[in-house]
Design a protein around this ligand. Structure first.
Ligand code: HEC
Length: 178
């Protein structure tokens, strides 16, 4: 019987141990589900920076802005020179006639314009699929962020403009907004 121990070790026990330890590496014995998850603090810092990190982030319009508008107008409304005009400092975004930025969002905007010495001639598509509330919130956010300081846009204003411009075909040009 004693003679069998050495062969047993080499033929059965050793391969078995290595097979089982191999399984263990893949999580056969240990569940990795409850391992502590490392969340990089960098992610949070970057997320805050995207929306400007200001108190305006709490604004309900910040979410819509981030999801839709920021892809072109950029996270801090700075735009892309020559391609997407800035919303930070934009006279149209902050216009005292609230219907102008509302019409831009509901129907789009196109044609050659000049902003801060740069020429733009792009097409912004309509965002009519947003609800009146979403349009009001996103414009209120735009008008009060990144140094902009224009008043809020109300849900009623958006509804009125939507009704009044229901027959408008295509995007507005700068001249049409006046
Ligand atoms: C696909 C890109 C794109 C997206 C998304 C977009 N825009 Fe625009 N936007 C433009 C372009 C391009 C112009 C300028 C059009 C032109 O050249 O006449 C513009 C112009 C504007 C202007 C006029 C700015 C000025 O000073 O003339 C406002 C206001 C505006 N956009 C608001 C918004 C808001 C609010 C959203 C989100 C709901 C949004 N845009 C989403 C491309 C975009």
């Amino acid at each position: 019987m004693k003679k069998l121990i050495l062969p047993f070790l080499f033929i059965i026990a050793l391969p078995l141990t290595s097979i089982l330890s191999g399984c263990n590496v893949k999580g056969f014995f240990t569940s990795y589900d409850d391992d502590p998850v490392y969340e990089s603090p960098v992610t949070e810092v970057v997320a805050g920076a995207e929306t400007g990190g200001s108190s305006a982030d709490a604004s309900p319009g910040a979410k819509t802005f981030k999801e839709i508008c920021s892809s072109c107008h950029q996270s801090k409304g700075q735009g892309v020179p020559g391609t997407y005009p800035p919303l930070a400092g934009s006279a149209l975004a902050q216009n005292a006639d609230n219907s102008k930025p509302i019409r831009i969002v509901l129907h789009g905007f196109q044609g050659a314009i000049e902003r801060n010495g740069k020429t733009y001639n792009g097409v912004m598509t309509a965002w009519a699929q947003l609800t009146d509330q979403e349009v009001a919130e996103v414009l209120t956010y735009v008008r009060s962020s990144w140094g902009n300081s224009a008043g809020a846009v109300s849900v009623d204003e958006v509804k009125t403009v939507r009704d009044q411009t229901a027959s408008k075909v295509g995007a507005y040009t700068e001249a049409e907004l006046n």
